[in-house]
Design a protein around this ligand. Structure first.
Ligand code: PGA
Length: 257
């Protein structure tokens, strides 16, 4: 795991955007794994800026989102399809036909999940997966005790997640769908590169568990310790519980990556 501790979310997001841009420059038809939530917004803003100012070209890029609420139509203001269109896809030159998000209204959710996995495989697998982390250590909607080898499937949201996501539903956690379709932990681990972002004190326990804790399904993100190319970009607040913070800065400053 490569850890980058930054003074704020903006500088962390700029570094993460650089990794994404480098990949697209090298491989114009790269397959991106994308995330929703408050965390990746500055990353998307920077990629939009690079598209407008530096000509970063998304025309051949393909993308797969981590998850979608079950029961929400794409047109719902809280759907992840709407989130991605409004915050990213509508601002760049990606072909919408190449942007895949699980269908929250899939009639046969199980079959839909299997097809989603198959589509990822058929496109050659995910080159770079963007991740946030839940305060309970989840990645995607893989809540505590999710199987490390799980594939795309239906997930039950944890009570903490309902609370955390209520802000996207007018502050009412009863309006947050209880179920979602999510890539599995195994699906995420198959990505060739991982870029995880985490900001703020509310994420510091999960970040500590992910980086310094034992690998345990209790903090699902800790499995990333086994990933050969996992890059973690955090701010000082998210880093404040880390015991070896100075060491991580020392390694980053050695500038060998
Ligand atoms: P957030 O969610 O970016 O809205 O904090 C992250 C997550 O739950 O993975």
């Amino acid at each position: 795991m490569e850890i980058s501790i930054n003074k704020d979310s903006k500088s962390a997001s700029l570094k993460a955007a650089k990794l994404v841009a480098e990949l697209i420059s090298k491989k114009p038809d790269a397959v991106l794994g994308l995330a929703t939530g408050g965390t990746p917004l500055e990353l998307y803003d920077e990629l939009v800026r690079m598209h407008k100012n530096d000509g970063l070209d998304f025309s051949k890029v393909k993308s797969f989102n981590l998850d979608e609420y079950l029961g929400l139509p794409a047109s719902d203001p809280a759907s992840y399809r709407r989130f991605m269109d409004e915050n990213f896809f509508d601002k760049i030159n990606i072909d919408k036909a190449n942007t895949f998000i699980p269908d929250g209204l899939a009639k046969d959710a199980r079959a839909h999940c299997a097809e989603y996995e198959e589509k990822i495989r058929a496109m050659g697998g995910i080159d770079l997966q963007v991740l946030g982390i839940g305060a309970d250590g989840h990645i995607g909607f893989n809540e505590p005790l999710s199987s490390f080898s799980s594939r795309t499937g239906v997930r039950v949201l944890a009570p903490e997640t309902l609370k955390d996501n209520a802000r996207f539903f007018g502050g009412d956690e009863n309006k947050v769908p209880r179920l979602a379709i999510s890539m599995g932990v195994g699906t995420i681990m198959d990505a060739r590169k991982i870029v995880l972002l985490a900001f703020g004190k509310s994420k510091s326990e999960a970040v500590e568990g992910m980086i310094e804790g034992p690998v345990s399904a209790f903090i699902v993100a800790s499995i990333l310790q086994f990933h050969e190319s996992a890059h973690v970009f955090i701010d000082e607040d998210a880093a404040y519980r880390l015991t070896r913070k100075d060491y991580y800065k020392w390694v980053e400053n050695a500038n060998v990556f």
